[in-house]
Design a protein around this ligand. Structure first.
Ligand code: PA5
Length: 432
């Protein structure tokens, strides 16, 4: 399997390899803390071995259920928020394209709900179910997250109104804790098909559990290939010597740049279909590192689109940013620029070129411009948008995040700050 490629040429001026080599003790200490499970939050490091230790029986059941949903449903509604939604949304766009729901040759349409409090959004999803057969995958580790619970109530009611209680129960798939929580109790009592979010894996590290796997399989994603990619990256991260290990070097580079005042990391991509990879990354790094008064602020841009909105700031604004660019060499499909007799816009010289070649030129040109504008850049390249590359990418960033947070000195696996807003909402609603 061809590994994803990580290029540090444009960080060398700021975080040189010689300094990385000198930081060996510090980086390897973070590596040992993560892999020997001795650090803060160690009880949530089940994802480190997940690519090889995953529950094979459950994955077989996920594939069977996905087949059933593909046969008996035109639409799957996935209710979940944060780590219980972003990975699947990112994977679907990456593998099948953001236009997946408009395609007629794929599996059921997949709509995500329960990731906001917007009634308009819920109504729009309900409208999409008119006259269609549908199923619901409700995903919540805690089983008590308000956004997810409220949406689930609404879609459970829609199912029961259409099919009656018994058939509705056969169309609800609950992904939740093995033992605890309101959703677990409901699933047991109503007889839903159940999948587990393992105790030792937190939401934002759960994309390779049933949380991500069921929606991915329903869309026709190849789970074996996804695991093969994650396994290859795990093997690489764990067993490549320090001097050559780009996972460790990237984790160190991020913290080195942060120490130099570069406290915003912009995840940039050149495919609109990778926007949700950016969203997944924002949660992964933001919730893992943003605590105790510290943390790199993770942002994302989709280029070249956002060059027309954020380009000015990146090129020329405050120099507290660095970029991590994800570039896919081969588009899912390419298209050639057509020929005309006249040169009405001055672009005749581009006729017959594939648009993909222009995108590559845009990447190289933009990257050089940002280098001239003193933006350190890490470039992550891959050949195509295969399941194997996605598996590599997910595991790569999870591992980087664990190491980087331990170098920073925080517990990567808790999120105490997320509770504050929830308490306030409950208080306001209790007063009603
Ligand atoms: O990473 C996390 O732990 C969070 O983002 C959760 O995934 C999110 O809050 C949803 O929680 P739950 O799955 O319990 O509904």
């Amino acid at each position: 399997m061809k590994a994803i490629n990580v290029d540090f040429a444009k960080t060398e001026k700021y975080a040189p390899e010689t300094q990385y080599l000198q930081a060996k003790e510090n980086v390897l200490s973070a590596f040992k803390t993560l892999t020997e499970k001795t650090g803060a939050g160690a009880e949530f490091t089940g994802w480190v071995d997940l690519p090889v230790a995953y529950d094979k029986e459950e994955v077989a059941r996920i594939k069977k259920c996905a087949e059933k949903i593909r046969k008996d449903s035109d639409v799957l509604v996935v209710c979940g928020i944060g780590g219980s939604y972003l990975g699947a949304a990112a994977a679907l766009d990456f593998l099948k394209g953001g236009m997946y729901n408009f395609k007629t040759d794929g599996g059921p349409q997949i709509f995500f709900a329960g990731n906001n409090m917007s009634s308009s959004y819920i109504m729009d999803v309900l409208d999409r179910l008119e006259g269609k057969d549908f199923s619901v995958n409700v995903i919540s580790k805690s089983g008590t997250t308000m956004e997810t619970s409220i949406a689930f109530r609404i879609f459970k009611k829609a199912l029961e109104d259409k099919y009656g209680k018994e058939e509705a129960a056969r169309r609800i798939y609950a992904t939740t804790d093995k033992q605890r929580g309101a959703l677990k109790q409901l699933a047991d009592s109503e007889g839903y098909e159940e999948f587990v979010v393992p105790d030792d894996i937190g939401g934002r590290f759960s994309v390779l559990t049933a949380v991500g796997l069921l929606p991915i399989a329903v869309a026709g994603g190849d789970l074996d290939e996804l695991f093969a990619g994650a396994q290859a990256m795990r093997e690489y991260a764990l067993n490549t010597k320090f001097e050559e290990n780009v996972v460790l070097r990237y984790a160190w580079t991020r913290q080195k740049l942060y120490g130099m005042g570069k406290d915003i990391e912009i995840f940039a991509n050149y495919e609109p279909d990778l926007r949700n990879i950016g969203e997944w990354l924002k949660q992964l790094f933001g919730e893992s590192e943003g605590k105790d008064g510290m943390g790199i602020f993770p942002a994302s841009v989709s280029l070249t689109t956002d060059l027309h909105s954020m380009g000015q700031l990146i090129q020329d604004g405050k120099r507290n940013i660095f970029e991590t660019i994800i570039f896919v060499e081969n588009a899912l499909r390419d298209v050639e620029i057509p020929e005309f007799d006249e040169d009405f816009d001055g672009y005749k010289y581009l006729e017959h070129l594939p648009v993909g070649a222009l995108n590559l030129a845009a990447f190289v040109g933009t990257s050089d411009a940002h280098e001239a504008g003193n933006v350190p850049q890490i470039a992550i390249g891959m050949e195509d948008r295969s399941e194997a590359n996605l598996g590599q990418l997910f595991y790569f960033f999870e591992f980087v995040c664990g190491i980087s947070a331990y170098i920073e000195g925080v517990n990567p696996f808790n999120q105490p700050g997320v509770e504050e807003y929830k308490k306030n909402i409950r208080k306001i609603l209790a007063e009603k």
